[in-house]
Design a protein around this ligand. Sequence first.
Ligand SMILES: C[S@@+](CC[C@H](N)C(=O)[O-])C[C@H]1O[C@@H](n2cnc3c(N)ncnc32)[C@H](O)[C@@H]1O
Length: 213
Amino acid sequence: MDKPLIPEYLMDYLEGLVPSRPPEMQAMEAYAEKIDFPIVGPSCGALCYQMARMTGARRIFELGSGFGYSTAWFARAVSENGGGEVYHVVWDEALSQQARRYLEPLGYNGIVRYQVGEAVEALRKTSGPFDLIFNDINKEDYPKSLPVIAEKLRPGGVLIVDNMLWHGQIFDAANKTPATEGVRKLTQMLTSDPGWIASLIPIRDGLMIACKK
Ligand SMILES: C[S@@+](CC[C@H](N)C(=O)[O-])C[C@H]1O[C@@H](n2cnc3c(N)ncnc32)[C@H](O)[C@@H]1O
């Protein structure tokens, strides 16, 4: 795609509606911008936070957590919901350590459970149920993650998946990369299985929000 999917003025408008974040979160946003690291950003982060608050989530599992920006939004929601757990799972030890350094001054290290390893395997080995699961792993692995997610999410629980527009690559019929096919396949799985209620929200790179019936 030559043109950005979401016009810049619209993204700027949406991000301008998000109340200002604590300095540590602003530092994470600036760092992601500087090194071009793909975080969910303020508008999707705020929607994740809102979903977690609306559902009163106390146990959240993140697959593919990076240096903890999305984790900060979820940990804030869980803290305001009365406390609980947010699993931060990434396979890079350095990112896990970096997340600890960012999240500690925010006061979230008592809530966040850090795991270093492959995220789908980590979820498989962790006792459920979870109220909310957030998926941001490599896109080719999206389809294989769904059965494990479905097993660990409580009925009525919420699944949020990032990058479901995949920078517009899903619209290019000639694009058959494993990542693009992974996004297409998960979209089809979530929207055709009667066990899920799913909507694709076209902000930033597309957030799929699904509820397990
Ligand atoms: C898109 S970034 C995460 C951004 C984060 N969710 C945020 O918004 O702040 C995904 C991270 O997860 C890691 N990752 C990708 N697939 C993974 C997997 N299957 N298991 C563990 N980590 C994974 C990547 O190396 C990267 O550091």
